[in-house]
Design a protein. Structure first.
Ligand SMILES: [Zn+2]
Length: 289
């Protein structure tokens, strides 16, 4: 088992030596595992283990490691303090428990929004919102066999001010709403937005009710990032993008009170803080990739 403080302090890889054990007459060997990252609410861990090993989180299958054994797991905004990672291969298995550090979230009150951006009631608008949600869900569900996250992320905008943190409890026009699942990077209208890591565009649309213009990028292993409120989109669904390639311009379309990029990150239904991905170091064992 890894010591949490060591893990937080580490940065570089912490390798767990394979442990041999016997079960009946068949000798099994647990797969090697190295991990890098910060196990805290809204955070990520990048790992390396046996190629194509099955990955389980809290006993639920979440997919398999890449052909080189690379995988990522994300911790939700309200992830419980204990999270169990299990690695399974035909020749052995390994469990690893994370102590997930809790995070204090702020309260974010925004007033003066048009009421149909807070509690829409018009049946036609509700139908449009449902249709948009279905199309977005397809983009978020993308699961391309890639590890484009493995070198970490750069910031998608330069010269920004962090105007709203990830995870804040939202109170819009005085009404409690879902938490803020993005990091808001305030920047002048028309500031270039770049892909913070390599990936494949899985959604690119303008004219959405809440997001205005939205781009989704799949970075592999179920990790999908989102870019909201853009004033211009420079890519289309299916495009491959590379780190620092321009994908659009900062805008204030949709539910926004001023120009900013709302940057989001999802991993298999969990909402993570994209700012925690900036500058993350990978395990040393990944440098050969
Ligand atoms: Zn936002």
């Amino acid at each position: 088992m890894l010591d949490r403080r060591a893990l937080l302090a580490a940065g570089p890889a912490l390798a767990l030596a394979p442990k041999a054990f016997a079960q009946g007459a068949i000798a099994l060997t647990s797969p090697a595992l190295s991990v890098s990252g910060r196990p805290l609410q809204g955070g990520f861990v990048i790992g390396r283990t046996a190629p194509r090993a099955s990955i389980l989180v809290n006993d639920k299958p979440v997919g398999s490691a890449s052909a080189r054994g690379v995988f990522i797991i994300g911790f939700d905004r309200d992830e419980p303090v204990q999270a169990k990672l299990s690695i399974k291969t035909p020749w052995g298995a390994l469990d690893h428990n994370f102590q997930v550090m809790p995070v204090d979230y702020d309260v974010q009150s925004i007033d003066g929004l048009p009421q149909d951006q807070v509690e829409p009631s018009d049946p036609k608008l509700l139908e449009r919102i449902r249709e948009e949600a279905k199309r977005k869900a397809v983009g978020f569900a993308s699961d391309i066999d890639a590890t484009d996250f493995r070198n970490g992320f750069v910031e998608p905008v330069t010269g920004y001010r962090l105007s709203a943190r990830f995870g804040g409890q939202r109170i819009l026009n005085g009404i409690p709403q879902r938490p803020h699942y993005g990091a808001d990077l305030a920047a002048p209208l028309g500031t270039p937005v770049v892909a913070p890591a390599d990936g494949t565009v899985t959604f690119a649309e303008t004219g959405l009710h809440f997001e205005g213009a939205l781009i989704l990028i799949d970075h592999g292993q179920g990790l999908v990032s989102a870019y909201l409120h853009l004033s211009r989109i420079d890519v289309k669904s299916g495009d491959k993008v590379t780190r620092r390639q321009q994908i659009g311009l900062v805008g204030k379309e949709g539910r926004a009170t001023g120009p900013h990029l709302c940057w989001r990150m999802k991993w298999r239904g969990r909402n993570m803080d994209p700012m925690l991905m900036v500058g993350i170091t990978r395990p040393d064992s990944l440098t050969s990739d």
